[in-house]
Design a protein around this ligand. Sequence first.
Ligand code: GLV
Ligand code: MN
Ligand code: MN
Length: 416
Amino acid sequence: MPQSSNLAIDGARLWDSLMEMAKIGATPKGGCNRQALTDLDRQGRDLFATWCKAAGCTIKIDKIGNMFARREGTDPNLPPVMAGSHLDTQPTGGKFDGVLGVLAALEVVRALNDMDLKTRHPIEIAMWTNEEGSRFAPSMTASGVFAGAFTLDFARAIRDFDGKSIGEELDRIGYAGPEPVGGRPIHAFFELHIEQGPILEEDGTDIGIVTAAQGQRWYEINITGQDSHAGSTPMERRKDALLGAARLIDGVNRIGRMMMPEGRATCGVITVAPASRNVIPGAAFLTAEFRHPDERSLSSMDKNLANLAADVARELGLGIEIKQITQFPAQPFDQGCLDAIRAAAKKNGLSYHDIISGAGHDAVYMARVCPSAMIFIPCVGGISHNEAEDCKPQWVTNGANVLLHAVLEKAEVVTG
Ligand code: GLV
Ligand code: MN
Ligand code: MN
C-alpha cells in the first residue's frame, strides 16, 4: 500500500475535466451559462454520469434530481463518505463555482482507482440540483430537500420567471429519479469550492478551512402604484412604483453599509410594468437579500427593511408587499471534519487558515444531517458569479489533494 503522504490526485486530469465541462454552456466571454434544469444542465449531467460510470461508480438519482455516484467500500453496510457540489451556474457564471467540488470528488475516486486503494466506507460523489437559486429561488433547493429544510412538493412547485416549475423541468430533462430524497445516514460530507472572495489570494494562503457559512434572508418585493401619463400627470399626483423601487434599492444598500464590515445587502432583480417610456410605472418587482454571520444582526436588517418600506410607501403613496422567500441562520461546520481538512492541508505542506463563507453552499444544509465541512481555494481577484471567474491549476490541485486526504481519513483506508 502506498504511504499516505504519497497519495495524490492527478491535477492535469482534473483540470482537463473542468475545461471539458466548461464547454457545455460556454459563453463568448469565457464563462458558463448552464442554468439549472435547462438542456445544457442535462448535457452536463449526462457527461458527469458518463465519467462516473467510466470510473466504476454506480449512479443513483433521487426524486429532486440529485445524483450520487458510488464507489463501494469493503463494508457496504457502513454509511458513505460524500463529497460534491453543483453543476448549475449563474447566467453569467464561471467555470469553477460548484463544478470544482463535483469534479474534484470524481478525481478523488479516479485517483483511488489508479492507486488500487480500498476504503471501508463507500465514497459517494454528490451533484446537487439547483444550488444557484438564480433561475429557481431559493438557492440550495435540492440539498435543502435532502436535509429536510424543504419538502419535495415545495421544491417541485418552485417556478422560474417564465412560469416553468422545477418539477416540470426535471421531468422534461429526464432527471426526476426514483430514489427517495435523503433520509439515509451519511458518515461525513465535504465540499471543495473556490472562495469567491479576495481573502486567500490577497494573503497568499493555499487553503481556507471553512468554519462556518453566514446566514441569509431572501425577499421578493412587489410595489404597486398607478400607471399614468408621463406628460399630463403633475409631479405631486404620481404613484410611481419605479421611484419606490429606487428608494428601496438605495435603502437596502444603506442597511448593508450600516452593518459593515460583515453585513451584505443586495438587490439583484428589478422588473417594471408596463415598461413604456411615456408611462409612469404602476408596478415594480424587486428582489433583495441580506447576509450576516450573526442572527440578531440579520433580524435588525429585516426590521430596517420593513421600516424603510413603510416610509417609502407612505411618502410616495404606494403599496409595498414584502415576502421573505427563504432564510437560514449562520451554519457552523463540524469540528471532526475541520480537523480532517487541517490535517490534510498540513500533510500536503500547504498553508491554511480559518475562514467564513460569504456564499451559501449545499454543505450548509448537509451540516444539518451529517458531519460536514468545506475547503476553500483562492480564485483570481476574488471574482465569482462572473464569466471572468478564474483559478490557477496549482490551486485546483492543492484543493483536490486536501479533499482526497480528508475523505480518506473519514472513509478509512483498508491496509493489508
Ligand atoms: C450561491 O451562489 C450564493 O448566492 O451564495
Ligand atoms: Mn457554488
Ligand atoms: Mn454560485
